[in-house]
Design a protein around this ligand. Structure first.
Ligand SMILES: Cc1ncc(C[n+]2csc(CCOP(=O)(O)OP(=O)(O)O)c2C)c(N)n1
Ligand SMILES: [Mg+2]
Length: 321
């Protein structure tokens, strides 16, 4: 079933929000306002957007180190995100977690995660919870091509399959783990084929086409809600920035490869589609952009005006076993 115009506009708005948010995070990083590492999702926005648009507020997702897009697509508050990235007390983790630990249980975002592959078993837990609750809830887990050769990946795929968990595995294949090409690191030519080894449907999709991602995920979410068990979506894409923001570039990917992918920008592609179909006018696009920039400006102001956590709070909310 084709998407309604309102849904197309929402997909575009979410992608543009992620893009503008991260462009600003990058600027703030180089202005010296960001505490800790930030891994940007710029270029990959269609995946989080297309998948999460099929989820309800009560459904749960688990993210990874490049997690801002997943947070925004699931409905997290960009003010609290920005404050956390700035290391401020008003942030999601009271300024003690930074970019890689943002979570908002209230919107079903169970957390970014700095350990490659570590979100996968957590997602099995979330999907088990949904199964036990018996309300047709589902979970989705996002991970990179670098995650699929971690042991946890195979354990999670197997467990999800034998327990028929309502879980959608979303592999964001941007062809590199830092500078290691996936061709070198993964002992299979096409990642989605790994699904067959765990008796679950696997599919590959153009990860820069938000409508294609949405459609593929819709089928998988439907199957999971109806008790049909897990599925695996490989979405191919490319990151535009280095592995993380840094003054010292360590990016060894061929510049012509990046240039070719930039021509396939997911945000611009959707913009062209909306204009050609007469869904939005140039003026409406401009208005949406300035509304988003306004919200981001407000988030930055909130972050800048907020205090840092006090030194005496250092051990509060810290758990250890
Ligand atoms: C278990 C583990 N090994 C290594 C690292 C260091 N590391 C952080 S991100 C990363 C690459 C991840 O690549 P991928 O999963 O493809 O995600 P991408 O960065 O491409 O989005 C590595 C090796 C880590 N954080 N955790
Ligand atoms: Mg990768």
């Amino acid at each position: 079933m084709p998407l309604e115009n309102k849904e197309l506009v929402n997909l575009y708005r979410t992608m543009l929000t992620i893009r503008r948010f991260e462009e600003r995070v990058s600027k703030e990083f180089f202005d010296g306002n960001v505490r800790g590492y930030v891994h940007l999702y710029i270029g990959e926005e269609a995946i989080a957007t297309g998948v999460c648009a099929n989820l309800l507020l009560t459904d749960r997702i688990v993210s990874h180190h490049r997690g801002h897009g997943h947070c925004i697509a699931k409905g997290a508050d960009i003010r609290l995100m920005m404050a956390e990235i700035f290391g401020k007390k008003t942030g999601y983790c009271k300024g003690k977690g930074g970019s890689m630990h943002i979570a908002d249980f209230g919107v079903g975002m169970l957390g970014a995660n700095g350990i490659v592959g570590a979100g996968l078993p957590i997602a099995c837990g979330a999907a088990t919870a949904a199964q036990l609750e018996g309300k047709n809830g589902v979970a989705a887990v996002f991970f990179g091509d670098g995650g699929v050769h971690e042991g946890e990946f195979h354990e999670a795929m197997n467990l999800a399959s034998i327990w028929k968990l309502p879980l959608i595995f979303v592999c964001e294949n941007n062809f590199y783990a830092v500078n290691t090409p996936s061709k070198y690191a993964i002992a299979i030519d096409e990642i989605y084929k790994r699904a067959a080894a765990y008796s679950m449907p696997g599919m590959v999709v153009d990860g820069n086409d938000v409508v294609a991602v949405h459609q593929a995920a819709r089928e998988m979410v439907k199957q999971a809600r109806e008790g049909g068990g897990p599925s695996f979506l490989e979405a191919r894409t490319y990151r535009w920035h280095g592995h993380f923001e840094s003054r010292m570039s360590t990016d060894s990917r061929p510049p012509e490869e990046l240039a070719a992918w930039k021509k396939k920008c997911p945000v611009e592609a959707m913009e062209r589609k909306l204009l050609a179909a007469g869904v939005l006018t140039e003026a409406q696009l401009k208005e949406m952009n300035s509304q988003i920039l306004g919200r981001i400006e407000e988030a930055v102001k909130f972050a800048k005006d907020s205090p840092f956590p006090a030194p005496e709070d250092a051990l509060e909310d810290v758990y250890s076993t």
